[in-house]
Design a protein around this ligand. Structure first.
Ligand SMILES: [Zn+2]
Length: 289
């Protein structure tokens, strides 16, 4: 049985704009069924969606039982206006608006809260993010508000200081987590944060000719090295393909191969622990109350 702790039903791994257009007028249920069937056929029993504001993940959750899949979704991810994430999430201007969106997520039946607190890797330049993280005080408040409402928090976060801050604020899972250092890793271990490193979003870029090959190799190597260190420190890791991201089609199994390559024979035991933690924490918010 496989679990994917980070995927995007609304996206297709090819072109995010046309993928979203497929559902923007009316949700394309045929697409959702085809994707769920792909996962079922490959033996997936658990999917955790990164969210979308068109309700595609929500519809997938309704249909997932027919495919023998447990499906969790934050509904729309929440992002600060003017920062990364606006293409797929709901935007807030300030913490009051954010708190209102969290309340609304509860009413609408979100399983957890997904926040975007940094930019992406610049795949052409090692060590560079498209945007630094939000202010530490803001990160603390975002996580605190969601926890107060009884939700677990999944955070899209890159960069050592952003991840360290999120871990110290008690974030439940960190997604991507590029360019971490010893302090960020230690903060995640101490907090029991599950790290979902989404290595396939980097690994699947190899040989595609879209980005600087050397930069891609270096980014991947540094991520794998941190994953290895984190596992040695006793950190919790879970597999998340980020399927739907560019060059990561639904059903891509690269993530599992890369994690196995990184963790060696411990891979199964390590990943099982982290996956179990995700499954326990990221159920519906109301169950946690
Ligand atoms: Zn994602």
């Amino acid at each position: 049985m496989r679990c994917d702790c980070h995927m995007h039903m609304v996206l297709d791994g090819v072109d995010w704009k046309s993928a979203i257009r497929r559902h923007s007028e009316q949700i394309d249920e045929g697409w959702i069924r085809q994707v769920l069937e792909t996962y079922r056929r490959l033996g997936f029993a658990y999917l955790r969606d990164g969210g979308d504001r068109w309700g595609v993940g929500k519809r997938a959750r309704e249909l997932s039982e027919e495919y023998g899949i447990t499906y969790r979704t934050p509904l729309a991810p929440l992002c600060q206006a003017g920062h990364y994430g606006g293409f797929i999430g709901k935007k807030y201007e300030n913490l009051r608006e954010y708190a209102h969106l969290v309340e609304q997520a509860r009413e609408d039946g979100a399983d957890f809260i997904k926040i975007m607190i940094s930019g992406l890797m610049d795949f052409d330049r090692f060590g560079v993010l498209t945007e630094e993280g939000l202010e530490p005080e803001t990160i603390f408040e975002l996580i605190h508000i969601a926890h107060e409402e009884g939700f677990a928090v999944m955070a899209h976060a890159n960069g050592a200081r952003t991840v360290e801050t999120a871990a110290r604020a008690g974030v439940d899972s960190v997604e991507h987590g590029a360019y971490l250092d010893g302090e960020a890793l230690a903060a995640m271990v101490e907090n029991g944060t599950v790290w979902v490193p989404t290595l396939s979003t980097i690994g699947n870029l190899r040989g595609k000719g879209r980005f600087e090959e050397q930069a891609v190799e270096r980014i991947l190597e540094s991520a794998m090295e941190n994953v290895r260190l984190f596992a040695d420190m006793g950190g919790l890791l879970a597999p998340g393909t980020d399927a739907g991201a560019w060059a990561v089609p639904h059903g891509s199994l690269t993530e599992f191969a890369l994690l196995e390559q990184t963790l060696g024979q411990n891979a199964d035991a390590v990943l099982e622990k982290g996956t179990r933690r995700i499954q326990e924490k990221f159920s519906c918010g109301s169950c946690l109350r």
